[in-house]
Design a protein around this ligand. Sequence first.
Ligand SMILES: Nc1ncnc2c1ncn2[C@@H]1O[C@H](COP(=O)(O)OP(=O)(O)O)[C@@H](O)[C@H]1O
Ligand SMILES: [Mg+2]
Length: 530
Amino acid sequence: MAENIKAVELSKNQREISISEFFTRNRHLLGFDNPTRALMMVVKEAVDNALDATMEMKVLPEIYVELKQLAEDRFIVIVEDNGPGIVKQQIPNIFAKLLYGSKFHTLKQNRGQQGIGISAAVLYSQLTTGKFTKIISKIHPKKPAHYFELHIDTKRNEPIIERDHEVEWNKDHGTRIELELEARYQKGKQSVDEYIKQTAIVNPHTNIIYITPEKEKIEFPRVTNDLPIEPKEIKPHPHGIEIGTLIRMLKDTTSTTLSSFLQNDFSRIGSKVASDICQDAKLNVKSKPASLTNEEIEILFKVIQNAKIIAPPTDCLSPIGPELLEKGLKKEIEADFYATTTRPPSVYRGMPFQIEVAIAYGGSLEKESQVRLMRFANRVPLLYQQGACAITEAITDINWRVYGLQQSGSNLPSGPAVILVHMASVWVPFTSEAKEAVAHYDEILKEIKLALQDCGRKLASYIRKNVKAKEQKERISLFEKYIPELANALSNISGENKSSIEENLKKILNKNMSKLNESIEGNENDKTKN
Ligand SMILES: Nc1ncnc2c1ncn2[C@@H]1O[C@H](COP(=O)(O)OP(=O)(O)O)[C@@H](O)[C@H]1O
Ligand SMILES: [Mg+2]
């Protein structure tokens, strides 16, 4: 047999699959698996980009979100920002080409990272309605605004420009996107409303105006005019890379020698460490990075992993900070008690990250018996896949009864509380492209638990002093009601005067009551001090 006939037959069908075609079939991988979630995802991708863009430009974000309902299952989503805008030539690529973006190739604490966010929303709109996505963007007060109508050519993963002209736009700079999609609107824990509210909590420097499908205008005003510290970009840490990445980096580098490659393309490698590594790997410091053989790269990789290299810099992180986290939480959730903790930065697989936790307790939350969990990654609310997230695991691993909440087995605790966890990192390890759950790295779990325990201790001390005292007070006032009856019975037994017994019982009660009041007041003063 000269040729395997089956192989020849198969070869006729073997061809490249474009990324757009792939996600057309696998939209669930991007979080577009049902119409309710799709609505949230589209808003989320657009708002995340708006916040990243305003951060790049260092302006206080003014974000406008509108949902227009056209039919039971059809909506228009409009999101507008006052960011730097997008240059005309890039608009089609950004919105109508998957895996096109500015954030993937940098290690920086951003909301987006994959370059697949907004174009996925455009793809979903196109698939479910066939409508074009409308973009307006303007980069300077003196330059014209550009209007585009776009589709994605899914076969080639390239933009199709339906319309493109200049428009009047009463704005100095910024971007506006309008998409039509099949979707469903609901209220509750996984809604657009909740996503926006939680976004406002962890972005206290942001103004958001939100028009609901019922045409209600909800404003989320900023509570600080301070911009977050701008996160710095960092180079990968040598201990965080895999051999495949090293091979690619050696090929792509602009450095001409191995030594300069190690120093320029990684963080925390100086000339001494670089020459030690080369020596241990028996490689010449002057060799051309691209000329290394596979065997040499394998040895180099092992040597790098075993080399003593200091941890990556952590000033690349921009946490919310305890004061603003409390302010943000206070403005959206009315409670009796707030506690916050910002842990020092830490590292997983060479990636710096930092954990923050806040707990709110009592007040308006008394209506709820279930603890409300709010998860965030780089200031983005994570509303889906709670069960798959490392944050949830860290919470259920803790014995909350010690901290005054109820908990059955290793479930989420219950009680009138919100537990908020924020992970800031140059690269958040999501479990999937839908970016809704954080992967279970030991270092990350450990940090979350430490932060939770710290906040838990503050909560426990508040509950011990305050809530217990209040309960006791209630018990005392209940007892007060029975004093006349009790005095009567005692007087019958002892023959003593009934009213003097009554008098004495009241005295004892009052003494206990004032002690409790003192302890509650003292505690409330502590609270205002915090
Ligand atoms: N509103 C916007 N203003 C300015 N630039 C934007 C805006 N939205 C998107 N971009 C640019 O388009 C790129 C692609 O966005 P996206 O597909 O959401 O991927 P990602 O946010 O993961 O990079 C971003 O990296 C950013 O450079
Ligand atoms: Mg994005």
